[in-house]
Structures are given as structure tokens and as C-alpha cells.
Design a protein around this ligand. Structure first.
Ligand code: CO
Length: 216
């Protein structure tokens, strides 16, 4: 059997197992989705969003990219964010990074790469490093520097979310969502909380929109 055929076979088994437990499982799911969570995670195959939190289909709206970045000019991420916040009305957004992230590791070194798109994507993480280089450079080992930058990267993405008009408008009008920054340990399978921002959290004045008037 070829590797991709195993996926199709496993899918049949999974669908039939779900039907056995609850004959209406797919009927209910097919009608609509009402996820409470938007998850922004890394594309890394070792951090499967639903699996590590034991979530079922329908529970999480998911966006994943290299090194779990929220880039305010990335239409892909912004579209997911807008839909999740304005239409699905999620209550929580989780940015989840993971230790020993290959994207963060690559951003921390100076090796040139043939991956001309990837190295530009990683420039955003080099900027996170630039903001915190004193703290990162003070750490003794490369592993510690990578793992701290992983954490700082999550925190910066949470802030970037709060800087968007999409979030600020939802905070202003509906007092949601709460934004969480978590990090996942590849070696122990555990999540750790790094930061959370509730509606109304004080943000840098230059990023604050004035909602006494409409903002585009
Ligand atoms: Co990663």
C-alpha cells in the first residue's frame, strides 16, 4: 500500500468509527460550525492543533503557517482572522508556538537559503529578535536562545493581533475575544501559557484606533 492510500483507508475507518459512536455526528456538523476558538499555530507536523488539545471537528477554526505568525499584511491570515472574529464570533484566539521551532531556528542564523520565499517570511522573526536581542543574546546556549525567541515570537504575534482594527472593533463592540499566547513542548507534549490579553487591554497608543468614528 502506498503511503497516501493509507490516509484514505484510515479516513474510512475514522468516519465509520465516528458514525458508530454517534449516528448523527456528521449530520449535525454538516449544518453549521460554531467554533469558540481560533487557533493560529505553526505548520510543523509535530504540533497537530486538534490532537494536542483533544478537540473534535467543529471546535476550532484553524490557521497554520511557518512559525505561527500573524502578519498584518498577509491577506490569508487576515481573512481567517476577520471571518473568525466578525462572522463566527469566536470567544478566544490562541497563538500557539512550539519549542525548537525550525522557522525560528532558521531566522536566528545567517545562512543564506535557496528558499527565497521562506527567508522573506522569516524576516518577521528576525525583527522580533531585533526588538529583544539584548535579552536573547544574554542566554548561554543556542538552544536557550531559540526557545526564548520562540516565546517572544508568540508574545509579539499576540500584540500584533491586538493592534489590528479587526480585534479592536470586536473588543469595543462586543467585549471579545480574549487573545492567548501559548507554547507547546515537543519533548513533553505540554502547553504553557505565556500571555493573555482581555478586551480593553492597554495597547501602545500609536496602534490604538479611535472608535468614536468608523475605522476602515
Ligand atoms: Co515551528
Amino acid at each position: 500500500m502506498k503511503s497516501f492510500e493509507k490516509l484514505l483507508m484510515e479516513n474510512k475507518k475514522w468516519a465509520s468509527d465516528k458514525q458508530k459512536i454517534d449516528p448523527n455526528f456528521f449530520k449535525h456538523l454538516a449544518k453549521e460550525q460554531k467554533p469558540e476558538f481560533l487557533w493560529i499555530g505553526c505548520s510543523d507536523s509535530r504540533v497537530p492543533a486538534e490532537l494536542i488539545v483533544n478537540a473534535e471537528p467543529g471546535e476550532m477554526f484553524i490557521h497554520r503557517n511557518i512559525a505561527n505568525q500573524m502578519v498584518a499584511t498577509d491577506f490569508n491570515c487576515l481573512s481567517v482572522l476577520q471571518y473568525a472574529v466578525a462572522v463566527l464570533k469566536v470567544k478566544h484566539i490562541i497563538v500557539c508556538g512550539h519549542y525548537n521551532c525550525g522557522g525560528v531556528k532558521a531566522a536566528l542564523n545567517n545562512q543564506s537559503t535557496d528558499l527565497v520565499l521562506t527567508n522573506k517570511w522569516l524576516m518577521h522573526i528576525k525583527n522580533v529578535y531585533r526588538l529583544h536581542q539584548k535579552e536573547v543574546n544574554a542566554l548561554a546556549t543556542e538552544q536557550e536562545r531559540i526557545d526564548r525567541l520562540v516565546e517572544l515570537n508568540v508574545i509579539e504575534q499576540v500584540k500584533t493581533l491586538a493592534y489590528t482594527s479587526i480585534i479592536q472593533q470586536a473588543w469595543h463592540e462586543e467585549s471579545r475575544p480574549i487573545i492567548h499566547g501559548w507554547v507547546y513542548g515537543l519533548s513533553d507534549g505540554l502547553l504553557k501559557t505565556l500571555i493573555s490579553m482581555e478586551p480593553g487591554h492597554e495597547i501602545e497608543p500609536i496602534f490604538k484606533y479611535d472608535y468614536t468614528e468608523a475605522v476602515a
